[in-house]
Design a protein around this ligand. Sequence first.
Ligand code: FES
Ligand SMILES: [Fe+2]
Length: 377
Amino acid sequence: MALAKSDWSAADQQAGFGLPARYYYDGAVFDQEKRNVFLKSWHLVAHVNELRDCGSYVTFEVFDQSVLVVRGRDGEIRAFHNVCQHRGNRLVGTRCGKVNLLTCAYHAWTYSIDGTLKAAPHTERLAGFDKAEHGLRGVSVNIFAAFVFINLDPQAMPIAAMAPGAEAMIRRYVPDLDRLVSIEVSDVAVPANWKVIQENSIEGYHFDFAGPAHAQLVSLIDFQHYSLRPHGNWWTYIGPPRSDATHAYGVPLQGATWQTDSFFNFGLWPNTTLYVFPYADVLGTFIMTPTGPEESTLRFAYYGAEGRALPDLTRACIHWMNGVLGPEDIRLNESTQKGLRSMGFERGRYVIGDESDSRGEHLVRHFHKLCYDAIHA
Ligand code: FES
Ligand SMILES: [Fe+2]
């Protein structure tokens, strides 16, 4: 059953009220989000350099859908539903690796890495059986800003068209984008709706108050020149580094580094964040994928420039994000999720000053509009 559209009225929005609390736990909202948002949106699966060799692959899950992304012999990166066309067995069970052929573990149907069926035992004399009709089913794939994205909607608009200007903006702050290689990836289960995690990550209002790790981050950013900018399906929040900082992540600062030293965050609708912390020579991705109305998998991945040793400060930054700042925010997300179910709470109130207000919740409001419009599309 479709949701009533009137549950977040124009008057509510005008008055500065956020999405109703049930948008964060209601199964009907979640079902509609699943259909209208996540089964139609672009999902970051890897950096192109993780699929550099022919036959290198990654798999990616969106709810119960598994997608296999593999580099072909012709250099093309293709995506397929990760399912054997014989009787539906899951074809590849590991997150990444390298193959010459894709052989199903059940009855050994064997596919070439371009998805065509090469061999199927005992089908040689099977009447009406044409291997050409049983290749893997394709999934849309897009390379954007040197990352590989997939989309389960065959009609999806390419990212460059959906987010004009975005790639140029990323390249300004991440000059080594094409030369990045994976450093590490970890998945953390968070008992919170994906929007709770996203909202926490797109406002600086909490930075001064939310704990010692946030205070450390504040000490590195020049908030006088901080900007939050919505651009339709993408957004940025950027702050130059503070010139009086002497240490970052517990390590002394020693001169300029290869990136711009700014705090740079780029968000792509609905759930992809690329970011760089001040002074750290690493690009992080921060992706919250819903696994249920009140639970998400949060993937923390880090990429460094190929051929350069990671500076101690950068290592310290990764360690700090994984072990200090990340957990401080995750605790807030968990406790917010609990509060959203309270009978004593209906909806939030944005704290938004003028457009230049670096601590405002402009992007939360922008994100809510994108969510609401997509959920009710
Ligand atoms: S299900 Fe894959 S070969 Fe039978
Ligand atoms: Fe935070």
